[in-house]
Design a protein around this ligand. Structure first.
Ligand SMILES: *Cc1c(COP(=O)(O)O)cnc(C)c1O
Length: 449
């Protein structure tokens, strides 16, 4: 009899047999993840039950269209998977409409923009340098080329410059305003953005990719009924598969003036057939699983702890004289100014910390004098620490380890540095010790060999 459990177990054995080189590569990556501390704010460890969904044969089905309206036969169960994912997404975010097919948050944003706007229309979004995302109007992405874009920034106190956003909106009369961020540690005022959008007759897109988990748990205000459209990915704070969602709240059934269809119809057609082909069904199964987890009391507790960990890090860093950008954190992100504090650039800090088993990313900070490839800051995220079960009481130790590593680094210039090998090995032992004390749930302990 064929059995799903046997299938999954045999699949890994089979990979080891038929492609040992690739298997070994994967084994080494597994060990790296288990034995290092991932403090990259834009990632989270997937629960093995989510990974199990991703690894299924659901991907064998070509399923263009939507549940009950497919272009192919054989979609009876796929319809159930997708409907479950839709129902859970709606429940999790309090949405009236959810599209679970976008391949990523990037395609979700591009779908929304290219459905609502015409080429050459004007958009306003947060500057990349200030903490916005590439897809919010950066000249390096489609969004800043296909559309005319203007960017707002942050004030010297680190808060979003809403006055600037409003002034830009009044001056340029955009057809769409994007809010939502990639490297912003404070709360976003959705209502304020909607007021600006309404004032100039613009659409408001809230991209909550970074804070989707906090939103579900009520730890950050929900954009769903403030923005016309909300987008998110499912892999940063939802511990889910790489993928995107398009969500609509109270405006779901409004008629889009120049298109004569409702917003929800437009988004449905926008994902397929306008922007994408067939959905990636195994990802949809995994989204259903991740969204199921996101509505549990355990998840809510984890989201609460994410913010506690960030605040614990902020307090510990400030105690040691580290300059924390924006003066604190209300979410999972702590931005520190490593250049003014440790006299090392962001890229050097990133590399030195990685050598010592702590994974972060360099990040530009307000008024940064260094290029995007060098940067003056480091962005630290607590999603993964929270999943591993770290508590606020552990944060002084983590901040202390980061500080000691950065103090031990001797920078030669913006990119080159020296770190004593014995000191590096001792630091790496310390972070490995922490990683083993708090294993990723379900990932087991690395077996020494
Ligand atoms: C990471 C990010 C994205 C892009 O996500 P992908 O799913 O990797 O394409 C979009 N918007 C924001 C705000 C992000 O931080």
């Amino acid at each position: 009899m064929s059995d799903l459990s046997d299938f999954a177990r045999d699949a890994v054995d089979r990979l080891e047999q038929v492609d040992p080189d690739l298997f070994d590569m994967l084994q080494r990556e597994y060990e790296r993840q288990v034995d290092t501390l991932a403090l990259v704010a834009s990632c989270s460890p997937e629960d093995p039950s989510v990974l199990a969904c991703e690894g299924t044969f659901a991907s064998n089905v070509t399923a263009e269209g939507y549940p009950g309206r497919r272009y192919h036969a054989g979609c009876r169960h796929v319809d159930e998977f997708e409907q479950l994912a839709i129902d859970r997404a709606k429940a999790a975010f309090g949405a009236r409409y959810a599209n679970v097919q976008p391949h990523t948050a990037t395609t979700a944003n591009q779908t929304v923009m290219t459905s609502l706007l015409d080429a050459g229309d004007t958009i306003i979004g947060m500057d990349l340098d200030a903490g916005g995302h590439l897809t919010h109007g950066s000249k390096a992405s489609l969004s800043g080329n296909y559309f005319t874009s203007y960017g707002y920034g942050i004030r010297p106190d680190g808060q979003i410059d809403y006055e600037q956003a409003e002034a830009l909106a009044i001056e340029h009369k955009p057809k769409l305003i994007v809010c939502g961020t990639t490297a912003y540690p404070r709360v976003i005022d959705w209502a304020r953005f909607r007021a600006i959008a309404d004032k100039v007759g613009a659409w408001l897109l809230a991209d909550i990719t970074h804070i989707a988990g906090l939103v579900i748990a009520g730890e950050h205000p929900n954009s769903i009924d403030h923005a016309h459209v909300t987008t998110t990915c499912t892999h940063k704070q939802l511990y889910g598969p790489r993928g995107g969602l398009i969500l609509l709240g109270k405006d779901a059934e409004m008629v889009v003036p120049d298109k004569n269809v409702t917003l929800e119809k437009l988004m449905g057609k926008g994902v397929f057939p306008w922007f994408q082909g067939a959905p990636i069904v195994n990802k949809i199964v995994a989204k259903a699983r991740a969204l199921g987890m996101a509505m549990t009391p355990e998840f809510r507790e984890r989201m609460k702890r994410i913010v506690e960990l960030s605040r614990g890090l902020v307090a510990a860093f400030e105690e040691r004289g580290v300059r924390v950008v924006a003066g604190g954190s209300d979410n999972h992100i702590v931005l520190i100014d490593v250049l003014s504090t440790f006299d090392v650039t962001g890229i050097i800090a990133q590399k030195a910390l990685e050598e010592c088993g702590i994974i972060v990313n360099k990040n530009r900070i307000a008024g940064d004098t260094k290029s995007i490839f060098v940067s003056s800051g480091v962005r630290i995220g607590t999603n993964s620490l929270a999943a591993r079960g770290f508590t606020a009481a552990d944060m002084p130790g983590v901040a202390d380890l980061i500080c000691r590593i950065l103090e031990a680094v001797e920078a030669d210039d913006d990119r080159d540095y020296a770190l004593d090998a014995a000191a590096r090995d001792a630091f790496a032992d310390e972070s490995r010790g922490l990683a083993r004390r708090y294993p990723i749930p379900g990932y087991g302990q690395r077996v020494a060999h």
